[in-house]
Design a protein. Structure first.
Length: 314
């Protein structure tokens, strides 16, 4: 029996995507009251951690296997190393103000999602004060049983603009790793094969600066927390964003999108992904590494599309 290659499957999926609108699946159920209270409490806790210089307040609700995905910093794995990151951050910077504003909370079954915006004002080592804005995505694990307790599984964030002090946001003393250089998830039958095919389609669309095809991979009610950009929400905004973004991209001599973990939650699938890009633009060239979290939602026809997404550079 012949096996359908990811490239051929991608072409088949593109044909399906292009035949017309895909009916969206029903939205996630209402978030339980006790879970909303836990999210509210964490927003207060992390704000206090920054303002009072007490990293333990940010770390306490984390799962032992927590994953931090900061902008301009390699990924951090585990609660102990997450504590080291916040200690290093608060040793290097004095945070003058910090505020989180949630955009959405959603119950994804085994996990609870919160996405939102943040504003931070801090003083750097050279006594310069900076105010900047960004977006965040938190994924929380539900504890077994009926206790209602949540443990922070993933915390990812990026910035609306490239900070002038971006190099100071890297902490080589903190144990961390480039996600792009970690093992890939093997491609097996089922959702991983579908995602592998769509990833090949996405690589092709990006390399060809084809924003129209790129946008087809996203759900009509999708939200993208764009890197060095805005919150992009809804079909029209997504179409316009990817058309504009694709035109502005440099020439990609090589583009390799990678999947490292896939958590199938049923109606939703969480993918931890990365990218390695060899690029050139006019007299400039380089190699860039990035990472991101993609939350896929199945349509009523079974077709997965990206429902929520965040990305950032290492």
């Amino acid at each position: 029996m012949k096996h359908l290659s990811p490239i051929l499957l991608a072409a088949s999926l593109l044909a399906s995507l292009a035949t017309g609108a895909v009916t969206a699946a029903a939205g996630p159920p209402e978030v339980a009251r006790e879970h909303r209270a836990a999210l509210d409490a964490y927003r207060t806790a992390i704000t206090g951690a920054y303002l009072r210089g007490m990293p333990e307040d940010a770390v306490r609700p984390m799962a032992d296997s927590v994953r931090l995905m900061p902008a301009y910093q390699k990924s951090i794995f585990g609660k102990a190393d997450a504590a080291t990151y916040y200690q290093a951050f608060l040793k290097r910077f004095t945070v003058r103000a910090y505020e989180r504003t949630p955009i959405e909370v959603a119950d994804l079954g085994q996990r609870v999602l919160e996405i939102g915006r943040f504003t931070m004002t801090l003083t750097t080592r050279d006594s310069a004060t900076h105010t900047f804005t960004g977006k965040y995505m938190d994924l929380w694990d539900k504890s077994p049983g009926t206790s209602g307790a949540l443990r922070l599984h993933t915390a990812a964030w990026n910035h609306d603009e490239l900070p002038k002090f971006a190099d100071q946001l890297r902490f080589p003393e903190v144990p961390s790793a480039h996600l792009a250089l970690q093992a890939r998830a093997p491609v097996v039958a089922g959702i991983r094969l579908e995602l592998a095919a769509l990833q090949k389609l996405e690589e092709s669309a990006i390399a060809q600066h084809d924003g129209k095809t790129w946008a087809l991979i996203y759900a009509d009610d999708g939200i993208v927390l764009s890197n060095q950009g805005t919150v992009v929400s809804g079909r029209q905004a997504l179409d316009e964003y990817f058309e504009r973004h694709a035109r502005a991209l440099p020439v990609f001599e090589k583009l390799d999108l990678r999947t490292h973990q896939v958590d199938d939650l049923g109606d939703y699938v969480v993918e931890y992904a990365s990218g390695v890009v060899t690029w050139k633009m006019n007299e400039w060239s380089g190699v860039s590494l990035g990472k991101g979290v993609l939350i896929w939602q199945r349509s009523e026809r079974g077709m997965p599309r990206i429902w929520r997404a965040i990305s950032m550079y290492d």
